[in-house]
Design a protein around this ligand. Structure first.
Ligand code: PHE
Length: 491
């Protein structure tokens, strides 16, 4: 006695009656079952050894190929056209007459020449007037009649031209046992089979970039930071001049920066005057400045911002931080640089900017902050190296050691803002500040080795669907688990 669900029974009855082999979608159609139900019923029958599947490779027409199933292939069209000129026709004259478009014309010409059907001289001559069909067309006609043609050469040509595609079909047929089983040997049961495989459903899920952004935001908020915000399109005033980057700095070059080609408005005249003074001769900071004339027209150029430090300087000014005793700000924002794209560089990426202002802050506080922040993400092996930024002194770059790849990676660029950078805003207190690379962090946390795998056209949809949640941190500590309550995958 075999126990079947009513759906398995339906499919069995259908296959016994028709004695053929069918694809799941045909079975669904013929039995009136929805596709997933038919597929489950077939799996049930296979489990009970009543049915079997055979997979076969077939060739079918691509979308482009379907077009040619109505019209003829270009080489066939050319053959028919040339038949009207049994004595040949001048090349230029024929080119003007043909209904083929230039791309098809070249394909057809090449094919007919290679097959020896035509000879190209001053004139195109038909050599073999006896043929009605070119081999590729014969192949296509056979295929359309439901045959699988033998002509391997035409097959190769049509696949290369993207007219044919390989596909596998799976057909279901009954086993000996399935064919012979009698109604009295079957018992129908409506019990659920909890072990039956079902098709996957992918509900919406957070993109890894939003998942990591939520995590980073949570860490900053828990550390008492406020979030700031700024525009993607900036004047170079906010992106460069406001923070003591000189007007002849290489970052202002079109090789590095995307210019919008329009000018934007400069802020309050008083601030512009102060920035000009600091840039030209140091203002009243005691610095000599850059000792060259500072120009408003250069500062008004609109660009796609190259770093989120532009937003930090807007915040210093618009939030009137000169009147504030102490504060901590962070920002996760998109930036743009005119760079060649590779495994570690994109021309559009994300930075995590931040700063702390308070009396008595030193380089040790900056190093302490960096270590504490990354420890929360499970990154514990860090080293520091001095670097140069026009607006910070001293400046630090921190590197993270990747145990798997056995390599040091730059994580963060940082420093203490120079007096010249802060003077126009009337800020006297020390500010420690940084810009972190966000994309690399996403790659580390999702265990992707190439940042292009996590975003954009190279990012695999299957990976997005099936990737693991970000838990456990990079060095396999449990830090993230404790703070990452928000970062569950399914929305
Ligand atoms: N703007 C720097 C960068 O893009 C980062 C940075 C911000 C450095 C603030 C120091 C202070 O690399």
């Amino acid at each position: 006695m075999v126990i079947l669900t009513s759906q398995e029974r339906k499919v069995l009855d259908f296959l016994q009656k028709t004695e053929g082999s069918f694809e799941i979608k045909e079975i669904a159609q013929k039995t009136g079952l929805p596709n997933p139900a038919a597929s489950r019923a077939v799996l049930g029958l296979i489990e009970k050894e009543l049915a079997q599947e055979i997979k076969t490779e077939i060739l079918k027409l691509s979308e482009k190929g379907k077009k040619y199933s109505e019209n003829k292939l270009p080489e066939q069209q050319m053959l028919s056209e040339l038949k009207a000129f049994p004595a040949g026709i001048a090349f230029a004259e024929y080119k003007a007459k043909t209904k083929l478009d230039p791309a098809e014309f070249n394909i057809a010409l090449g094919y007919l020449k290679q097959k020896g059907v035509i000879q190209i001289g001053d004139k195109i001559l038909l050599l073999r007037k006896d043929i009605d069909y070119v081999p590729t067309q014969k192949y296509l006609n056979n295929l359309l009649e439901g045959k699988q043609p033998e002509d391997k050469e035409s097959e190769k040509i049509l696949i290369r031209r993207n007219i044919l595609m390989r596909a596998t079909t799976t057909k279901v047929y009954l086993t000996e046992k399935g064919r012979k089983i009698k109604p009295e040997e079957i018992k129908e049961s409506s019990a659920f089979n909890l072990n039956a495989p079902v098709s996957f459903v992918y509900p919406g899920r957070r993109h890894p970039h939003s998942e990591v952004a939520a995590l980073v935001r949570k860490i900053f908020l828990e550390m008492g930071f406020q979030e700031m915000e700024g525009p993607l399109v900036e004047t170079t005033f906010w992106c460069m001049d406001s923070m003591f980057i000189p007007q002849d700095h290489p970052a202002r070059d079109v090789q590095d920066t995307y210019f919008v080609g329009k000018k934007g408005a400069l802020p309050d005249k008083d601030l512009v005057k102060k920035v000009k003074a600091v840039q030209e001769y140091g203002g009243d900071t005691g610095s000599t400045g850059y000792q060259m004339p500072w120009r408003e027209d250069i500062a008004s150029e609109l660009i796609l911002r190259t770093h989120t430090t532009a937003t930090t300087f807007r915040t210093l000014y618009f939030n009137k931080l000169k009147d504030v005793d102490k504060c901590k700000y962070f920002y996760i924002g998109r930036v743009f640089r005119n760079e060649a794209i590779d495994a570690t560089h994109l021309c559009e990426f994300t930075q995590v900017e931040g700063f702390i202002m308070a009396d008595g802050l030193t380089l040790s506080d900056l190093k302490g902050f960096i270590k504490e922040f990354y420890a929360k993400l499970g990154i514990t092996k860090i080293k520091f190296k001095p670097v140069y930024n026009p607006y910070t002194e001293p400046s630090l770059q921190a590197y993270y050691y990747d145990r798997k790849l056995k390599k040091w990676y730059a994580l963060i660029n940082s420093g203490i803002f120079r007096p010249e950078a802060l003077a126009p805003y009337g800020i006297k207190k020390p500010i420690i500040a940084w810009g972190m690379g966000f994309n690399r962090l996403v790659a580390l946390l999702t265990k992707a080795s190439d940042i292009r795998d996590t975003l954009g056209p190279f990012c695999d949809i299957e990976w997005l669907r099936n990737r693991k949640l970000i838990v456990g941190g990079i060095d396999n500590t449990n830090q993230i688990k404790n703070i990452g309550g928000q970062s569950h995958g399914n929305a």
